[in-house]
Design a protein around this ligand. Structure first.
Ligand SMILES: [Zn+2]
Length: 860
């Protein structure tokens, strides 16, 4: 595809750039003039009519002049390429607005990007997928659509409080299980203490002495409100706090159950019981064992920690590849940047923005920082007094100190306590605080200024705000460390955000293995959700995604069929115009801060236009161009594996008939088309046609993979051939044709889509088709059930009529009857009252009718 058509560039020339002032009425409708930036003589002249672009580009240049004067001057004038920047604006968390994207590179080509990576102590869940896939989508758009040369650096946090705790706990737990392979009274005693300690710490409404056998009853009483979806005392509505409590309730419930079992000691097989005991009690044992022995382990043995981090780093990278997320260009591990980090801290202290405490920890001095004219909490000024967020950022192992100069001062360097890994520094043995690693590593790799820094929205404060403060403190007097901060929105399910600490997550591998999601469907969800806003997975969103995927699937399958690209005698250009409109729309959306929601909808609308266009007059060249355009976009969005953006291919993976099936499906489809056409014709199908169509072709070798297809072909041929002498051949042939399409081939993942005046389209079955078939089967099942219920009801009614009206009152309740069996006297011999007789006759009449119906049914 011609790039100049699809990539928006504003080609600036230097020919007409010497106006002193440029009227901006046409850009903004504002009655004022803006002076021309002297460092960008060519800035306000351009061949495009995009006047608004000229203004923001100009303002952005002015803005960047402000924080980086050094860039202008000797580097100018920019090379011709530099003057071809796309009209891209990005939502920048720093300015909280959409800002024109101007790279630091004077050539306008290179883009430096640092992304905060994972803390590797557990498997990644769908919330992480949301962050990394959305980041990948933007990275790919920058690279493949806007043609920037993106240098993407990501870190791996492989030392941190959570990692230390998890690694130590896991180490101690494994040791405990090895020493105690069966559940002895001692083990039981330890587990009960762990259970009590867990309750004491996390479920304060319960007594720590509560007997495990009584736990379930008591917890349901004490936490009834939370368990039924209500909020904890003091909270307005249920949220993360309540989700956390529910998680603790579940953790203790599982331990309480096995503890009660162990106390009753009814287990037959001790080894088997030990396995279920440990797996159920593990989560209460882990923190307890760590509290007992955590400080005693040999923390010089970093292997205890790297065993955990290397494992989860590898699993994370594999998960990312499974999600088609591009590898970073550079990966930085905290454990490999010890000296750089220590140096970084040292210079901050030297610049008087950090101080050392008695135990050898180093803190950032927010007051001194602000006193020097800097601003703290630039990203989220409203969060700066949020102690809960700040404490979470500091980590669970940070020791309380009274030496902090300001309550919000955060750790740059933490002295290591026994049981915690450490590195040497001028303040003694310690390890980096969380935020410093990114400041140090990003600066080590990308220098004192970078274009983009990204991460999940929960990193904005305190992590990124602290990173900003540290880096500004380090580079003192150099204001702009990061030009664009991009924060990916959260992923939530049922309103609660997904996080490891809530354990409400589905891991990426689980979701892919169980086929709840495919890499493609998950990415479509995020593309349709937008990158910076929260995405909530709802049934509506899932169904919107699957319709989008199906629509594109069908489009590709149709346009790949040679029939779709056959010439037309008098081509109509309407669809060509639709395609141009779609290109413009998509370009506008992508320039508008990577608005993938708009772009995805524009693709969908273009396909609708194709679907409704008159195929007899549509220009096949337009169809081909549209197919290539859609292919290019799905490749850019990462929806098609490693397929390159610039390709002349059409379609994406999963729409092709398997190679091994082709030698059997093609003749089968042709045979079926012939038979079906004849059976539906006015003349009807003849024995000769059947004989001719089902004639055996030369036999061929059948590989194992091809066997199922070969079988369907040979069964169809045999069944059709057997119908040569049938009187009702036409009807039966049509039934066979339906069966092979709807059942035999469908079950093999293939479908024959019958078309008017064209051979059937051979295509793979999509998820939506499977769903539709399931729904149809369900409806049929319900119909059968309803029919059966109706019949049973009728039968029951009929059975009621078995008793003759003449006999119905001949019971001990009465003592005399008339000819028709109607009672005249009751048991006591009293005459039946008139009103009672009237009522009895009514019942009798009803029974008479029912009995007559029953008699009639018996006569049949
Ligand atoms: Zn970071």
């Amino acid at each position: 595809m011609d790039q100049s058509q699809s990539i928006p560039t504003v080609a600036m020339t230097r020919s007409a750039c010497f106006h002193a002032k440029v009227p901006l009425l046409s850009c903004l409708g504002l009655p004022f003039l803006i002076p021309l930036c002297p460092s960008f003589p060519g800035l306000l002249s351009f061949s495009s009519s995009s006047s608004a672009f000229c203004l923001y580009r100009f303002l952005a240049r002015l803005d960047s002049c402000r924080h980086d004067n050094s860039r202008h001057g000797s580097n100018l004038p920019p090379t011709p390429e530099a003057q071809q920047l796309p009209a891209l604006k990005v939502w920048n968390s720093l300015t909280k607005s959409k800002t024109p994207f101007i790279p630091i590179d004077p050539a306008g080509k290179k883009v430096s990007w640092y992304a905060c990576g994972p803390t590797v102590y557990d498997d990644s869940h769908l919330g992480h997928a949301r962050n990394y896939v959305s980041t990948d989508i933007i990275r790919r758009i920058m690279r493949d659509y806007f043609k920037f040369d993106v240098h993407f650096v990501m870190n791996i946090t492989d030392v941190d409080d959570k990692i230390i705790l998890r690694a130590r706990q896991q180490h101690l737990f494994n040791e405990f299980v090895t020493i105690n392979p069966t559940v002895t009274p001692d083990v039981l005693d330890t587990a009960k203490k762990a259970y009590s300690a867990y309750i004491k710490k996390n479920l304060s409404l319960l007594s720590p002495d509560l007997a495990p056998s009584e736990y379930q009853n008591e917890v349901e009483k004490a936490y009834a409100t939370v368990l039924s979806g209500g909020a904890l005392a003091g909270n307005e509505k249920a949220g993360d706090d309540e989700a956390k409590v529910k998680m603790h309730i579940k953790t203790v419930a599982s331990a309480a159950k096995v503890l009660a079992q162990a106390e009753a000691s009814t287990a037959a097989d001790p080894a088997l019981f030990a396995e279920s005991f440990y797996s159920s009690a593990q989560d209460v044992l882990l923190p307890y064992l760590d509290a007992l022995k955590g400080a005693l382990i040999d923390a010089n043995d970093h292997g205890i920690f790297t065993k955990l981090t290397r494992k989860y780093e590898e699993r994370f990278m594999n998960d990312m590849r499974d999600l088609n997320v591009l590898d970073p260009d550079e990966l930085t591990r905290v454990t490999e940047y010890g000296p750089e980090i220590a140096d970084f801290v040292e210079r901050i202290v030297k610049n008087n923005f950090g101080y050392v405490t008695e135990d050898g920890s180093v803190y950032f001095d927010i007051n001194a920082f602000e006193g020097a004219g800097h601003k703290y909490a630039r990203l989220e000024p409203w969060s700066r007094s949020d102690n809960k967020l700040a404490a979470e950022g500091e980590g669970a192992l940070t020791s309380k100190t009274s030496e902090k100069r300001g309550a919000s001062d955060f750790a740059l360097w933490k002295s290591s306590k026994p049981g915690e890994p450490s590195w040497d520094s001028s303040w003694g043995k310690g390890r980096p605080g969380w935020h410093i690693e990114c400041s140090a590593m990003a600066s080590a790799r990308l220098g004192q200024q970078m274009d983009i820094h990204s991460g999940g929205i929960d990193l904005a404060f305190p992590h990124h705000d602290n990173e900003l403060a540290q880096s500004e403190a380090y580079f003192h007097n150099h204001e702009q460390w990061v030009n664009y901060f991009l924060h990916m929105g959260h992923l939530s399910i049922q309103g609660s955000k997904m996080s490891k600490s809530l354990k409400n997550f589905t891991t990426i591998r689980e979701a892919l293995e169980k086929e709840q999601w495919t890499s493609r469907s998950l990415r479509i969800t995020f593309l349709l959700g937008g990158w910076k806003d929260g995405v909530e997975i709802t049934d509506e969103l899932v169904s919107a995604c699957s319709s989008w995927e199906d629509k594109v699937n069908n489009f590709f399958i149709k346009v790949k069929d040679s029939a779709a690209l056959q010439g037309s005698a008098s081509p109509d250009n309407t669809f060509g115009a639709d395609l141009e409109a779609a290109k413009t729309a998509v370009d506008g959306y992508l320039c508008d801060s990577f608005n993938t929601v708009g772009a995805m909808n524009a693709i969908s609308e273009l396909i609708t236009k194709y679907n409704t266009a008159d195929k007899a007059t549509i220009n096949p060249n337009d169809v081909k161009a549209a197919a290539q355009f859609v292919t290019r976009l799905v490749n850019i969005f990462g929806l098609n594996g490693a397929a390159p953006a610039d390709t002349t291919e059409i379609g994406w993976s999963g729409i092709d008939v398997p190679e091994e099936a082709k030698p059997f499906i093609l003749p089968l489809s042709t045979m079926r088309d012939t038979l079906r056409q004849a059976a539906r014709s006015k003349e009807g199908i003849s024995a000769q046609v059947i004989e001719q169509a089902t004639k055996e072709s030369a036999s061929q070798d059948v590989s194992d993979a091809a066997k199922p297809y070969a079988e369907v072909l040979s069964n169809f041929r045999a069944s059709a051939s057997a119908l040569q002498s049938s009187d009702t051949a036409g009807k039966e042939i049509l039934a066979l044709c339906d069966r092979v399409r709807d059942i035999d081939l469908f079950d093999l993942g293939l479908y024959l889509e019958d078309r008017d005046n064209l051979p059937a389209l051979i295509r793979p079955v999509t998820r939506e088709m499977i769903q539709a078939r399931e729904e149809k089967a369900e409806r049929a099942r319900q119909k059968v059930q309803a029919q059966k219920a109706k019949e049973e009801e009728a039968l029951k009614k009929l059975e009621k009529g078995k008793l003759s009206h003449l006999e119905m009152f001949r019971t001990s309740e009465y003592s005399a009857w008339d000819d028709e069996g109607l009672p005249t006297r009751d048991t006591a011999g009293e005459e039946i009252t008139k009103s009672r007789a009237k009522k009895l006759r009514k019942d009798w009449e009803r029974q008479k009718k029912a009995h007559e119906a029953w008699l009639a049914s018996q006569a049949k």
